[in-house]
Ligand binder design. Structure first.
Ligand code: G6P
Length: 598
């Protein structure tokens, strides 16, 4: 949901901003822009489209050492050049990039700033105009204080980077809720929404705390808490980001990330099998007195949570449920100090999920995050966090993070039962090591044409297979734009079967032997009404008059682990269909990887 970067240093600012923006482009790619000071003038260059397009179509002078950049996922105002960031103040003295939402921007524009001309439809413009307005009213006030004053009038969320004509080698910053990090290297300072946007040679970084603003200058960084009290930023050593933004031999990040799944699972298990590991370092009292477990998440993480809840209930014998974070906020279940709320989020920055943490904490629940990004907001707001160790996931449609989330949640379920998750951990690891991905890609390819030609697709399955249906359907619709839905197979006859006609494709997922006849009975009814069937199974369906040509093979694994592994060929199918249709699976339309607005 918008990525911001800034650079101040001895090297080429434009190149550093470009690299930073490319690394945070997963956050949005509706438009991109850059701003810097050239001579006595603030220059803003922006384009609709992605970061590469921006840099292919603009020229910048050499010798720029300070600037800011932005890649946008539109929230307020249509996608057009005018609305792209950076935004200039009415008097052209300030230029600012923003991630977040200013909820009271219309009120500011129509009241305090009513005499000031606005040029765009974007909430961000109210911030830069507010700074310029205060600076105009109080010219003696240092610019960083003008920024601090402006923040007092803003409602909503923001990560901000700003430059000012008066102070050429300086970047101003502020953060409330939306993520913001600062990284330092020898003679260089970087600012970004994500650790990935900081320079490769950064030695130290800090996650700017909520409510902190400040100034980055050649002689150092000064930070303040709201109200103007100086604040000491605590820098940490940079974490290894060796694999970031490198597709290797793969055509797309999504392909690379699917291919990494077995290694990610094994690596995650290795970390959780160490004597001191993310589960065992949590103080034992945290786990005491838990009567209920609520899993809360969005999108793919919601589906991983469904697996987690099913296993927590079956294995740990606790009432366990799953909630959409956006619904949990308005309709929370009964939650108290005996409730463990587990928040699952690849990015750790999803606004709906973070809001849900706040609600759960207010009710006294214990909060546990499960995330791939240990520098994220989720880690700061939850009592404890379990890393999923998937490595950087760049493609917008989540794949390897899903498998890593399911892995950790399976361990958690057994841990909650009796503390012993070693047996399941070793089973998962050994299954992961025997997966034959080449064979899976080959099998998936056989069904690409049939799926690509479908007008709509219904995924149907029961029990664990139903969760795989939900995630398969989400993956396919996200990147191929084929309308598809998932249904619990038993529900088909209670309404949805009315939609079945010639041309409907039904993909039945069956990986549990005890469910074969029940699931097949129902899809046969759909077949009799004209549906084209694809059976996705690891089982032998010969006794059910199913033709081989209609069977897509699922990996043969321990049935209990089916949700973890049977999704992989479905992720491959979604990828292949998207590529076959000429789309870029890494950058699906209208989506962003990290949704930092509610
Ligand atoms: C967005 C992404 C999805 C993702 C969801 C939750 O909608 O497009 O792929 O599953 O956010 O993200 P999270 O980072 O919280 O797992």
């Amino acid at each position: 949901m918008c990525g911001i970067v800034g650079y101040l240093g001895n090297n080429d600012c434009i190149e550093n901003i470009k690299q930073g923006l490319l690394n945070v482009e997963y956050r949005g790619y509706d438009s991109a822009g850059i701003s810097y000071i050239d001579g006595n003038k603030i220059v803003v260059q922006k384009r609709v489209g992605n970061v590469q397009n921006l840099f292919d179509t603009i020229t910048c002078p050499d010798g720029i050492h300070c600037g800011i950049g932005h890649t946008r996922w539109a929230t307020h105002g249509e996608v057009c050049e005018k609305n792209a960031h950076p935004h200039l103040s009415f008097n052209n003295k300030f230029s600012l990039v923003h991630n977040g939402i200013i909820e009271n921007y219309a009120m500011l524009r129509d009241n305090v700033l009513s005499e000031i001309p606005f040029r765009t439809d974007v909430d961000t413009e109210s911030i830069v105009n507010m700074v310029a307005y205060i600076n105009q009213e109080k010219p003696e006030m240092p610019i960083v204080n003008c920024l601090g004053e402006s923040l007092k009038s803003l409602q909503g969320s923001y990560a901000i980077a700003m430059i000012a004509k008066e102070t050429p080698d300086v970047i101003y910053f502020a953060r409330k809720e939306s993520p913001l990090l600062i990284g330092v290297a020898d003679g260089e300072t970087f600012i970004s929404s994500d650790i990935l946007g900081l320079g490769k040679n950064c030695e130290k970084y800090v996650v700017v705390p909520n409510g902190v603003y400040g100034v980055i200058a050649t002689d150092g960084i000064k930070a303040y808490k709201q109200g103007g009290k100086p604040y000491e930023l605590e820098f940490k050593s940079m974490i290894s980001l060796g694999e970031r933004a490198d597709k290797g031999d793969n055509a797309h990040f999504m392909q690379k990330e699917i291919n990494e799944i077995p290694a990610v699972i094994v690596n995650t298990i290795d970390i959780y099998l160490k004597p001191l590991n993310p589960l065992t370092i949590i103080e034992p009292s945290f786990w005491e007195g838990i009567e209920r477990i609520e899993f809360i998440a969005c999108g793919t993480s919601y589906h991983a949570s469904m697996v987690g809840a099913m296993f927590a209930e079956d294995n740990a014998h606790k009432v366990a449920r799953t909630h959409f974070a956006s619904e949990f906020v308005y309709n929370p279940p009964f939650v108290d100090e005996h409730t463990l709320c587990v928040f699952v989020s690849q990015s750790g920055e999803t606004a709906d999920t973070l809001h849900a943490v706040k609600v759960a904490k207010e009710k006294g629940a214990k909060t546990l995050g499960v995330t791939n990004v240990m520098t994220s907001n989720l880690v700061h707001v939850c009592d404890h966090t379990l890393p999923i160790c998937a490595g950087v996931e760049v493609a917008v449609a989540s794949t390897k993070a899903y498998n890593a989330q399911v892995t950790v949640l399976l361990l958690l379920a057994d841990f909650l039962r009796d503390g012993n998750y070693e047996t399941i951990a070793r089973r998962i690891s050994s299954e992961a090591m025997t997966l034959n991905l080449e064979e899976m890609w080959a099998n998936a390819k056989k069904f690409v044409k049939k799926i690509s030609n479908s007008r709509s697709i219904y995924f149907v399955g029961r029990h664990m297979d139903y969760i795989t249906c939900l995630e398969s359907s989400l993956k396919l619709k996200e990147i191929s734009y084929i309308p598809c839905e998932a249904y619990a197979a038993g529900e088909l006859k209670h309404g949805t079967i009315a939609l079945v006609e010639e041309g409907t494709t039904m993909l039945a997922i069956v990986t549990e032997p005890k469910l074969i006849s029940k699931t097949l009975n129902i899809v046969e009814q759909a077949k009799a009404r004209g549906a084209t069937l694809i059976y996705y199974t690891s089982l032998n369906l010969k006794d059910f008059a199913v033709k081989d040509k209609d069977v897509m093979r699922a990996p043969v694994v321990d049935v209990e682990l089916s949700p973890l592994f049977s999704i992989i060929p479905m992720q491959m199918v979604a990828y292949l269909v998207s590529v076959g249709k000429g789309y870029n699976p890494d950058r699906p339309r209208n989506l962003a990887k990290s949704v930092t607005v509610e």
